[in-house]
Design a protein around this ligand. Sequence first.
Ligand code: SF4
Length: 420
Amino acid sequence: MAYSQFDRVPNHYAGPIIQQIKDFRLEHGRRSLAPTALQIGRIQLLVPRHFGFCFGVERAIHMAFATLEEYPDRRTYLVSEIIHNPLVNGELKERGVEFVYDAQGRRRVAEDELKSDDIVLIPAFGTTLQVEDSLRSSGIDVDGDAYRERYDTTCPFVSKVWKRGEELGSEGYTIIIHGKYRHEETQATHSHTKEHAKTLVVLDCDEAEKVASFIVGETSVDDFRAHFSGKWSEGFDPERDLERVAVVNQTTMLAAETQRVTAILKEAMEQRYGSDQIEYHCADTNDTLCYATNQNQNATHALLQSAADVALIVGGYNSSNTAHLVEICSHVMPSFLIANSEELCSAERIRHFDIKERKVIESGGWLPDAEEIRMVVTSGASCPDILMNQVIERVVALCGYGQADIEEGLANLCLFEEDV
Ligand code: SF4
């Protein structure tokens, strides 16, 4: 049976433990956000209701592998990493795919190296209009229907944000993009949206507060410019262009944070203009939030009451949505972002990515030395299940258990809420 609804997603990205957990959830607690409990000896592993590959990631992987199978003799490129996972990008490279831009945004394949019959795949988070122009200059038919259907893997939920930005821009709103300025998706959204609207990128609630403070007249235009310079579209004038705003997001940001950013700006508009015509000043854009990001984040929030001792979050170091899962878990338990099972060096040492310092570090004492351990294991939207599966196997082995114990645990899966 195919691992995914998309038949070209490689079956080796599936993991047998994870698959059994998913099958269990098809039968039990489909609508519940309670995590699944897998008891193996003295370790209780809690797996959230939603984790791993989202629709957009599976679709992009399917399109990339389908292209390689269907056109084995054509040179195939990716604008940049198709998703933020080293295993998937590595396998595409092994299959001969070259990346036009590297992970740091440096151009690696010159415009004149690309030929009109080359295939250049656009990644799941889309790309900028400048990159599309450059591909046109190389003779690539980026505007053809066939190209868009087969090689443009931009997630439909990202395109939806662009479309909504275009509509709101034509209605006269300035688009506030809640995102990380240098992230590929934010760059792409900024590029597409600024064709139709003035735009400003804000990173978080602190920056939203700065915008709000300017709107209500508590911050000078010079201070505003000093802080946000370069993070707006050409011709943006804060004194003119912050009368009507609409917030959209980089789809992998914390959805709750996007809602707070909107609330902060709405409150400022009410303070400045009154509440009578609040929708004129601050558009309702709730419908642009990605359902998959929301599901994964809500399922992660549901883990926080579990009194777990530690959380392992599996995913790429440069994956924004995975970092947000770490952020959520780390409010209540020690939480480690790991790329794969090899990061679990021993029961004592763990190698992991510190999301604040943005570097790989090694820490000790990650596995509690206790009679009973409760551990959260989850993964980001760009992480193949097999990597999370291997992490579970490694944890089990480090605790002195084996395959028979895993089988016994899988035979007794339950919803965590039933267990307490
Ligand atoms: S997180 Fe949402 S918008 Fe981003 S690729 Fe996945 S489904 Fe698409």
